[in-house]
Design a protein around this ligand. Structure first.
Ligand code: HEC
Ligand code: HEC
Ligand code: HEC
Ligand code: HEC
Length: 202
């Protein structure tokens, strides 16, 4: 009671002493610091180092992706975990971070702590990723493969034929390109819609 009275006197005195403009400026500065902090948190929690601080074990996501073209290629472009797994827009990022709490819980309870447990859980995890990518038309893939429709005519025959099917049948990247960064789950593979080339591939 006494304390709260003291505070209200303090606020009234302060209000009298400093103009509304000063408070506004102060508010803007505090806002900027919080915003900057938020951006920094987003940055750190999207870094490969952060992801692999958990996904580090042998024979799992990290080790597998290191053997693929998205990690090392002749163009020297490295695709990081977050490029494929964290949405580019701010709202999507925030949602992904909140979802990350489930991952933290999984870490604490050791859900994927051994290679056996990881393998047993792989299909369930992969299906989640597939469902997300199907729902958002593989937006993470498209954030890099931006000129895709124009690129089709420059592709070799098998790729081109499939991508024409993609346009005709309204398919999305993940419908066909599963298992591009990690091993595919052993159980219950989704049927790939890739027709085998009938003519020799150029
Ligand atoms: C605190 C440890 C931890 C960190 C940090 C972490 N993960 Fe995970 N991740 C897990 C665990 C545990 C699971 C399994 C959770 C489950 O299925 O309940 C998981 C599951 C996943 C899945 C499977 C699909 C899903 O949504 O469950 C993907 C994809 C994934 N993590 C990617 C990432 C990426 C990308 C990062 C960095 C931005 C990251 N993780 C950071 C522990 C972590
Ligand atoms: C951060 C940018 C980036 C993202 C995100 C990305 N890719 Fe790529 N992708 C590349 C680059 C760069 C190459 C070419 C590598 C090279 O030089 O061969 C490539 C190559 C490929 C290839 C050709 C592979 C090969 O063996 O030649 C396929 C298929 C592909 N990407 C599919 C995907 C799919 C599907 C996704 C989404 C799950 C995706 N990419 C996300 C940048 C990206
Ligand atoms: C209908 C199935 C299908 C869909 C949908 C599809 N692809 Fe492909 N894609 C293929 C096949 C088959 C190949 C040839 C085999 C290979 O190179 O992996 C291919 C090849 C590629 C290549 C290599 C091209 C080259 O000339 O070397 C890239 C890059 C690629 N796809 C990216 C994508 C992206 C990005 C999407 C979504 C916008 C997508 N694909 C959608 C089936 C598909
Ligand atoms: C080029 C895009 C791409 C990159 C880069 C990538 N992933 Fe994935 N990830 C996928 C796709 C697509 C799936 C869905 C399963 C599949 O098709 O292999 C997946 C699935 C997963 C899963 C579920 C388990 C599984 O094997 O299916 C985890 C966990 C995961 N990724 C973590 C990571 C981590 C950690 C990194 C960075 C070290 C990373 N991913 C880099 C595209 C990517």
């Amino acid at each position: 009671m006494k304390n709260s009275k003291k505070w209200s006197v303090f606020f009234r005195k302060s209000l009298a002493r400093y103009s509304a403009g000063t408070f506004l400026a102060g508010g803007v500065i505090v806002g900027m610091v919080l915003w900057g902090g938020g951006v920094k948190v987003m940055e750190v929690t999207s870094s490969e180092a952060f992801c692999t601080s958990c996904h580090e074990m042998e024979a799992n996501a990290f080790a597998e992706y290191k053997t693929t073209v998205h990690y090392l290629n002749s163009s020297g472009v490295q695709v990081e975990c977050a490029d494929c797994h964290v949405p580019a827009d701010t709202l999507g990022k925030v949602v992904r971070k909140v979802e990350g709490l489930r991952e933290l819980y999984g870490k604490v309870t050791g859900k994927i702590a051994t290679p056996e447990k990881y393998e047993a859980h792989r299909l369930a995890m992969a299906e989640k990723v597939w469902a997300d990518m199907q729902a958002n038309d593989s937006e993470n893939c498209r954030s890099c493969h931006v000129n895709f429709e124009r690129a089709i005519e420059h592709q070799y025959e098998w790729a081109r034929a499939n991508h024409e099917i993609m346009l005709e049948e309204n398919k999305t990247c993940i419908d066909c390109h599963q298992g591009i960064a990690h091993k595919l789950p052993k159980q219950n593979l989704r049927t790939k819609v890739l027709p085998k080339p009938t003519t020799p591939v150029l």
